[in-house]
Design a protein around this ligand. Structure first.
Ligand SMILES: Cc1ncc(COP(=O)(O)O)c(C=O)c1O
Length: 415
């Protein structure tokens, strides 16, 4: 069920949705869709509030800031398309119709109740995805839009899982993909990207060097970044809708998320706020970011008092997927966590390894990156931040098969 259209126009250079900034207007002036006071979905510069149409494709604002989709009305349970066994069952919650989704059955992942430390807990097995990580949600939605917009080749930077997801969905969509990856990335992850036919460019230096190289190349190839492009978050948003449906249309009390740039945090924030807006739920679940203590900028900013200088220290971590020193949407992630009355947790390398061993001992073959969320659960209970009788979801985001070298060192191989 989609919302209807009323013929209004808005200036594509706006200081706030619906209000002209007085700046020179772009030639493109999209029609405005109005229902329930929601104008036609458009892109909004998160920092300056300037609006842009969704077409033509763009990944950041003219001022170099990240973009979000304007506020959407949300969908109720009747709008779920039960004929789809994938995240596309929530297609009505997307900003615009996608005629031919690029889908390989992503989403509809298991939510499994298991005791953790003797207390009930729910594990969301997000590594049940075509490429073995949650990134398939974002890749499916983002590449579906880009194909619809006529984009034939894309650029991505990634330490592994994002690159694999975009390479796979690029292959499925007939879109050429170049992935810029740090030279230290795991062989197993780079092999997976190459297997999908993507071109791989390895860059020496830290993770940020790959992002800088991708931004440099973005003037001649479309940058389909999982951290920058706002439609990636429309894909991770379906995690929130799915948890709500999994739990008989109720929100959980707490969601613990392994967090680097924060795409699942922001996706859940979008979904549950939309569900509040449409009247399906009456409270937000509390969102908790789990970060490795060796790379915990979101935790450092969240814990800081006003006026504090925040200068997190960084060291290598086995939770490599979350080793993001400068999250592109830091302010938004902090806002989402605060709005939900959630929090952040930093976990040591030893706590991550211990949690990984307990998870694998339960039959969950996950990668170390997401074991940080299970480790965080122990700390949250210990600190009394959440109660064991509450309904808590731990999101497990990546398959252990992605981290073969680490798993072999930890558990032993044939030799
Ligand atoms: C397995 C896994 N979990 C969690 C994350 C963190 O996701 P985000 O950076 O969107 O917070 C990543 C990112 O690459 C990942 O690969």
């Amino acid at each position: 069920m989609r919302w209807g259209y009323a013929k209004k126009r808005y200036c594509s250079v706006m200081s706030a949705p619906g209000r002209c900034s007085g700046a020179v207007c772009n030639a493109v002036q999209p029609e405005v869709t109005m229902t329930r006071n929601h104008p036609e979905p458009h892109l909004v510069d998160d920092t300056l509030g300037r609006a842009y149409p969704i077409d033509p494709p763009r990944w950041r604002s003219d001022d170099g800031n990240p973009l979000s989709i304007s506020e959407l009305p949300g969908i109720n349970r009747k709008a779920i398309d039960a004929s789809q066994r994938s995240l596309w069952r929530y297609h009505a919650a997307l900003p615009m119709p996608i005629e031919h989704p690029v889908s390989m059955g992503e989403g509809c992942t298991p939510l499994i109740p298991r005791p953790w430390n003797g207390h009930p807990c729910l594990f969301k097995l997000e590594w049940f995805a075509p490429t073995g990580s949650f990134k398939d949600r974002g890749a499916s939605v983002m590449l579906s839009l880009l194909r619809q917009q006529g984009v034939g080749a894309v650029l991505e930077d990634s330490s592994g899982n994002g690159g694999a997801a975009i390479a796979a969905y690029g292959a499925a969509a007939g879109i050429r993909v170049r992935v810029i990856a740090p030279a230290y990335a795991q062989d197993a992850k780079i092999a997976q990207i190459r297997a999908f036919g993507a071109e791989v460019q390895l860059v020496d230096g830290p993770r940020e060097a790959s992002e800088a190289e991708a931004v440099r190349q973005s003037d001649h190839m479309f940058y389909a970044s999982h951290n920058w492009h706002p439609f990636f978050l429309q894909g991770t948003k379906t995690l929130g809708y799915e948890l709500w449906e999994d739990l008989d249309f109720r929100p959980p009390d707490n969601i613990i998320i392994p967090t680097g740039a924060g795409s699942n945090v922001l996706g859940c924030d979008l979904a549950f706020r939309e569900l509040m807006r449409v009247g399906e739920i009456d409270r937000l679940p509390r969102l908790f970011c789990a970060q490795p203590a060796n790379c915990a900028p979101i935790h450092a900013h969240f814990q800081a008092r006003p006026g504090d200088v925040v200068a997190p220290q960084f060291a290598p971590t086995i939770a490599e997927g979350t080793a993001i020193k400068h999250p592109v949407r830091l302010t938004q992630v902090l806002d989402a966590v605060r709005r939900s009355r959630g929090g952040t947790v930093a976990v040591s390398e030893a706590q991550i390894v211990a949690a990984l061993k307990r998870l694998t001992g339960m039959g969950f073959y996950v990668e170390p990156t997401c074991a940080s969320a299970a480790a965080a659960l122990d700390l949250l209970w210990e600190r009394g931040d959440i109660r064991p009788d509450q309904r808590t979801v731990v999101v497990l985001t990546g398959s252990g098969l992605k981290a073969t070298a680490f798993m072999t060192d930890t558990f032993g191989g044939a030799g």
